[in-house]
Design a protein around this ligand. Structure first.
Ligand code: ARG
Length: 576
């Protein structure tokens, strides 16, 4: 079933078509009406007419009597459209009767790869990994809800030359001590110590180099040690994922090592297709359109001069595998902005090689850095890199204090219980929401006080709005009504109905650019509109028709908030 915006857009398209075939109505939100069509201006220009005249002509053939009760033309030719309340009420009842709240399944379900999280073995997971994990997980949930066959792929860094030194460091430390450091997340010290030994001791460096050769030739003992590194690191990643409440499991790990034995084939195929150029001893592809600062063509190195393969060849192998073996139609790479050029070049080379056909979409879902409140890169209290588990624990601790503080400050508030589980939901929800509600391409400021505030566009505000609605039903001991068209006599009722009906539209717009902040913005709008409604319209009144009607609005609001939050990967506690 088409959403309310699409219904109106279709009608407008028909009317615009009658004036000038193929013209776009250019439907926009408007401060003066529910929506505004601005297309008359372009049509007027093309036909050499006045925009207002074109608008009048459009409106003459516009058939919206059953959905709008006001169509007004402004002086400059904008067409302002206002839905009739009856139409909104009908559509709202329909939405409330559906489990999916008006969100249709995708007509053609696709295999969609979401490549996200991807921390590196024996290296600290930094806040950048927090962003990819949170954003990628939200996108995976939304696409899954639409019925797509979503394959989460955790492309962990588990292969390559650093593993020579990491294995030697493990041997020096002793497996038991090393394993403990890795699984508890003392990863940066592990990596840094390995690095330090490598730099300080020629003997260690030599052992490391030999170890790389052993690893690549499949030496059994070396592979066993490598597996200790991977396994213990994954234990730490899992602990983070568990606290964070994301969908990723060990089954989603398809690390760099997975592609190892495909790399030679990838390079051979590039060679057979005549795409390889030897440049400074390395085998490269020069995709057109990429240049360095001096304007010289930029190579994508697929095999280094020493014969080793790197990050780019692995990603090329992954593209080929995902398209040819998994049947991917869409691939999302949720990775920080600094890797933009890497992905653009890999996609370009994959297209040249025929591994990325035109009907397959590959998108770098890029994001900015996490900054501290001082607007510098986020650092821990001691100045070093922030350890992710500690950050999450701190969020939960702070959430518990924030919930208590709120209860103390407001004796009437509806908070009823606060237990460890609620604190977890609120703390983790706050971290996730702060990240998701910022346009991902921007840097974002990690600010505890802001993200945990109960006012404003925050996770706790939305969770609180949800819990508050649930408590209306609980305390009033009223059952959830069977959906019927609500009365929309009060402007606050009408505004709420309209906001709720916008939910499927907001989700569609979110996925059009893979921008979760759009869904966040919409949910904030729903919660604020609900708050205004609740402050202005008493729900538990004696008049049964009014009460039932308002309860329909309450219940639909709660369900939109809960579903919306769940699509973001955020829990909604029943009580707060
Ligand atoms: N491990 C990489 C990093 O930490 C991210 C990998 C992203 N995915 C990919 N297919 N390259 O930067």
């Amino acid at each position: 079933m088409d959403d309310v915006r699409t219904v109106l857009e279709r009608r407008l398209e028909r009317a615009f078509d009658a004036v000038r075939p193929g013209s776009d109505p250019i439907l926009r939100s408007s401060g003066r009406a529910d929506l505004q069509a601005n297309g008359s201006i372009a049509v007027a220009k093309a036909l050499g007419k006045e925009p207002a005249d074109v608008a009048r002509q459009v409106v003459e053939s516009l058939d919206v009597a059953d959905i709008c009760d006001e169509v007004e033309i402004s002086g400059n030719g904008f067409i302002n459209l206002t839905y009739s309340s009856d139409y909104l009420a009908e559509r709202l009842a329909e939405m409330a009767r559906e489990e999916r709240l008006g969100i249709d399944l995708a007509e053609v379900p696709e295999v969609v790869i979401v490549d996200y999280s991807a921390p590196n073995v024996a290296k600290e997971m930094h806040v950048g990994h927090l962003r990819t994990t949170v954003i990628g997980d939200a996108l995976a949930r939304m696409l899954g809800f639409l019925g797509h066959d979503v394959r989460r792929e955790n492309h962990i860094g588990d292969w390559g030359t650093p593993f020579g030194m990491l294995i030697e460091h493990l041997v020096d430390l002793g497996e038991e001590v090393g394993a403990r450091e890795l699984s508890t997340g003392d990863l940066s010290s592990f990596y840094q110590q390995a690095r330090a030994s490598f730099d300080a001791s020629p003997d260690f460096a030599e052992r490391s180099r030999r170890r790389v050769v052993l690893l690549q030739s499949g030496d059994e003992e070396t592979l066993r040690l490598w597996w200790v590194l991977v396994g213990e690191s994954v234990r730490y990643f899992d602990a983070v994922y568990d606290t964070l409440g994301v969908l990723l499991t060990d089954d989603d790990i398809v690390g760099e090592s997975f592609y190892n034995d495909m790399l030679a084939g990838v390079v051979d195929e590039l060679d057979a297709k005549g795409l390889l150029v030897v440049h400074d001893g390395a085998r490269c592809v020069f995709p057109p359109g990429f240049t360095n600062r001096d304007g010289d063509p930029l190579p994508l190195i697929v095999q280094k001069s020493d014969g080793g393969y790197g990050y780019a060849s692995t990603d090329l192998a992954a593209i080929r595998h995902r398209v040819q073996e998994l049947g991917a139609k869409r691939m999302l790479y949720v990775v920080g902005a600094p890797q933009a050029q890497h992905f653009q070049m890999c996609f370009a080379v994959a297209r040249m090689a025929g591994w990325l056909p035109d009907d397959v979409e590959a998108v770098h879902v890029s994001f900015g850095s996490v900054l501290g409140t001082d607007h510098r890169m986020l650092a821990s209290r001691t100045g070093g890199a922030v350890k992710l588990v500690e950050l999450l624990d701190e969020a939960i601790e702070r959430a518990s204090t924030a919930i208590e503080g709120r209860r103390a400050a407001d004796p009437n508030n509806l908070a009823e219980v606060s237990d460890a589980e609620t604190a977890r939901m609120v703390g983790i929800g706050a971290i996730k929401y702060a990240d998701l509600s910022t346009d991902r391409v921007r840097d974002y400021v990690f600010d505890w006080d802001r993200m945990l505030a109960f006012e404003g566009n925050t996770g706790p505000y939305l969770q609180y709005a949800y819990a508050r609605i649930r408590s209306i039903f609980r305390r009033g001991e009223v059952p959830v009504p069977t959906p019927s068209p609500p009365l929309l006599a009060d402007p606050h009722e009408r505004a709420l109905a309209l906001a709720l009906l916008w939910f499927p539209i907001a989700l569609r717009e979110t996925l059009a650019t893979y921008s979760p902040h759009r869904l966040c913005g919409h949910l904030f709008e729903v919660a604020s509109t609900f708050t205004a409604f609740y402050e202005n319209c008493r729900v538990l009144v004696d008049d049964e028709r009014v009460r039932e009607s308002r309860l329909v609005l309450c219940d639909a609001s709660a369900r939109v908030l809960r579903l919306g939050l769940s699509l973001l990967g955020i829990d909604a506690p029943e009580r707060m």
